[in-house]
Design a binder for this molecule. Structure first.
Ligand code: DC
Length: 670
């Protein structure tokens, strides 16, 4: 997951490969609740691991369910419909799929068995309506108090005496989650007789109700449906665990990759999406039809899709999106690449989701240069002309779907934008709600021109602090990191192990070319062994300095270094990053510090490792090494002509990082 302040997407041009989708949020949270209400064990396989499922799991644990990994899945031991914990305060984040059904279940359970529960969420959750659900539950005699604003969470669910009476009525035109919540929870009342729920107003997002009915059926509760108006839960219904349940991939998450295929994949190498297909029970799978209408070519099997571009520009669309409310946001970004204005209708529910999605989409699409018209329940998006694309920093409103669908705007070069407008996604970690690895997955299949993948180089003498600086800058930008010194050190370590002398250039070069190196977060492995600490040894550093003077060794390590240039970008530190390896780097920093400062820093480092030396010795050593690195004929240490110098003798690490980020900002205005 990218926990950075922002993530810059360079111009992207193509897509190919295979994507494996995370589990469906809607299915995961419904299954968790059903398993929690059932008696005995349910093992859930391929459950989504995200913010929304975590709050549900935490809440169920607070209520006394035992939940633990088992057989490669997650085993839930349910309550069997009986409360063991009768008081709890549950925090449900911004998860509507946890808030609504848990409210209904706890209102009924506390009413039938006694108990008092408080449910709350983040500020946005307290702006998302729940009054219609509360009214329906109060109608059967549950006692529910608003703890903040009337009609919105937080709530107290405090008993009452629920009794079956006339049909329970609920509005269906604000959020289908109210009906889902009732259908999931009302079997608790069916000991008193058949429970009838009637929908008032036009029911929106019907496919989500289909998921609810389908999953209830799997837990032994067949609900009778008359049109979309009347639902009957049979008398004496009990939640019965099916034992093992598999969660299919998230069809809403699939929409970004279906769109990606339509924009940027070709028939020879389609984009393959695994986890959903023709047998999906999720309504958003019908996004595929909308994408086809815009020009996508889609082949599908029970559990997979393959997508490629069929029309270009895409074909504009006028569509009632009530059946695919979440995935339809993706259409709004595809519309930027269409042959005319696209109108998405019947989407009033967008206004009460994670954010007011109609307003959010309109505002952010305009930043890119689009003309957008919006109304209470529609949005109309005009395509952007080749010369109309503008670099934009996309505000994401803590809404995962805004972040994900706007990543598709980075393909603007395909629409003729030259040189291509970079797209900045602010607060990219908001995707954790449903798809924590979204951007990693995107970068796994999206292609950019090598020259478009930005590189920042940080060169300088030993102990100047470039390693720390590079690693902090990489972290702030979400970029990959190349510590090129580690490659020379690894060559030196391997030479020590193999007994190859420092002047045997040909053997050293062969050794360097065959290094089996693996970089894993902060650790480095050489031929399967963790050498992170060994590489930092003084004798290894000294030998590295000699080994690296050989032109053949440097040549042998070149391709490996170049291979670090991957999406979304790279920070590389060393001696010749800006001069030899990445001469086209967008920002080159030459980092220096006085010899005295560097000797002191190295001294502190060694002391902390329990190695005793004197500052004077270290300084002599450093200066000797600098002299060798500077005077060698192969890639001598020197600033690139277009490098900016930074003397950090008197700067803190934080100050140096801020300086480099400020220079970066000047070069990449969004
Ligand atoms: O940065 P460092 O101390 O880990 O580097 C170890 C040695 O490798 C150093 O003495 C010089 C050499 N080196 C190099 O020649 N070119 C690079 N790009 C990086 C390091």
């Amino acid at each position: 997951m990218y926990a950075t302040e922002f993530l810059d997407l360079p111009p992207l041009q193509a897509a190919a490969g295979t994507v494996r989708l995370p589990g469906s949020k809607s299915i995961s949270n419904r299954l968790l609740l059903l398993a929690g209400l059932s008696e005995g064990r349910t093992v859930l396989h391929d459950l989504l691991d995200s913010d929304d499922t975590r709050v549900m799991i935490a809440a169920l644990r607070q209520l006394g369910c035992s939940i633990a990994p088992q057989d490669g899945g997650l085993c839930v031991i349910g309550l069997g419909g009986r409360l063991t914990v009768t008081q709890a305060q549950l925090f449900l984040g911004n998860a509507g799929t946890a808030m609504r059904p848990l409210c209904a279940a706890l209102a009924l359970l506390s009413g039938l068995q006694g108990g008092e529960f408080e449910v709350s969420g983040v500020a946005r959750m307290h702006e998302r309506p729940i009054g219609d659900l509360v009214d329906a539950l109060r109608g059967v005699g549950c006692r529910i108090d608003y703890l903040g604003n009337e009609g919105y969470p937080p709530l107290r669910l405090a008993g009452g005496a629920p009794r079956l009476g006339p049909p329970i009525r609920v509005r269906g035109d604000v959020s289908s989650q109210f009906l889902t919540a009732l259908l999931l929870a009302l079997p608790l009342l069916s000991e008193q007789g058949p429970v009838v729920v009637e929908v008032q107003g036009e029911l929106i997002s019907k496919p989500y109700i289909e998921i609810t009915l389908n999953l209830l059926q799997r837990f032994g509760i067949p609900i009778e449906r008359e049109e979309w108006r009347r639902f009957t839960i049979p008398a004496g219904s009990r939640y019965r665990s099916p034992g093992h349940v598999h969660v299919e991939g998230d069809a809403s998450s699939a929409s970004y990759f279906v769109a990606l295929g339509a924009l940027a994949a070709d028939a020879a190498r389609p984009l393959r999406i695994e986890g959903v297909g023709s047998e999906s029970i999720q309504g958003d799978i019908r996004f595929v039809e909308a994408a086809q209408a815009m020009g996508a070519i889609v082949q599908q099997g029970p559990n997979w899709l393959e997508v490629w571009r069929g029309a270009w520009p895409l074909k504009a669309l006028d569509l009632d999106c009530n059946h695919i409310p979440d995935a339809a946001m993706t259409l709004a970004v595809m519309a930027l690449y269409a042959d005319g204005p696209t109108r998405l209708r019947n989407i009033a529910s967008w206004r009460v989701k994670e954010t007011d999605r109609i307003a959010a989409m309109a505002t952010e699409l305009r930043k890119l240069g689009a003309q957008v018209n919006e109304g209470p329940d529609f949005i109309e998006v005009h395509p952007i002309a080749a010369n109309g694309w503008r670099p934009a920093a996309i505000h994401t409103y803590d809404d995962h779907r805004v972040a994900m669908c706007f990543s598709l705007a980075a393909f603007n070069r395909l629409a003729g934008a030259a040189p291509g407008a970079p797209v900045r996604i602010l607060d990219p970690k908001c995707v954790a709600k449903t798809f924590p690895d979204y951007f990693e997955t995107l970068f796994g299949v999206a292609k950019a021109e090598l020259a478009d993948i930005p590189v920042i180089t940080i060169d300088g003498p030993t102990a100047s602090g470039k390693g720390t600086l590079a690693s902090e800058v990489a972290k702030a930008l979400g970029y990959h990191l190349l510590d090129s010194g580690a490659l020379y050190r690894a060559t030196a370590l391997a030479a020590l192990d193999a007994g190859i002398p420092a002047d045997d250039e040909a053997s050293l070069a062969r050794l360097a070319a065959g290094l089996q190196l693996r970089f894993d977060d902060q650790r480095i492995e050489l031929a399967g062994r963790d050498v992170t600490d060994a590489l930092r040894r003084e004798e290894v550093g000294l030998l590295a300095s000699r080994v690296s003077a050989h032109a053949a060794v440097r040549e042998a390590l070149r391709d490996l270094q170049l291979s670090f240039r991957r999406l979304p970008g790279l920070v590389a530190d060393g001696r010749d990053m800006g001069t030899v390896i990445f001469p086209d780097a967008a920002l080159k920093v030459f980092l220096t510090a006085s010899a005295a400062t560097r000797a002191e820093r190295r001294h502190k480092q060694l002391i902390s490792k329990g190695i005793s030396t004197t500052i004077a010795d270290l300084r002599q050593d450093l200066e000797a090494r600098d002299a060798r690195d500077r005077s060698r004929s192969a890639a001598p240490l020197k600033p690139a002509e277009d490098a900016v110098s930074l003397d950090n003798s008197a700067l803190s690490i934080e100050e140096s990082v801020q300086q480099v980020l400020a220079w970066w900002q000047q070069r990449r205005p969004v």
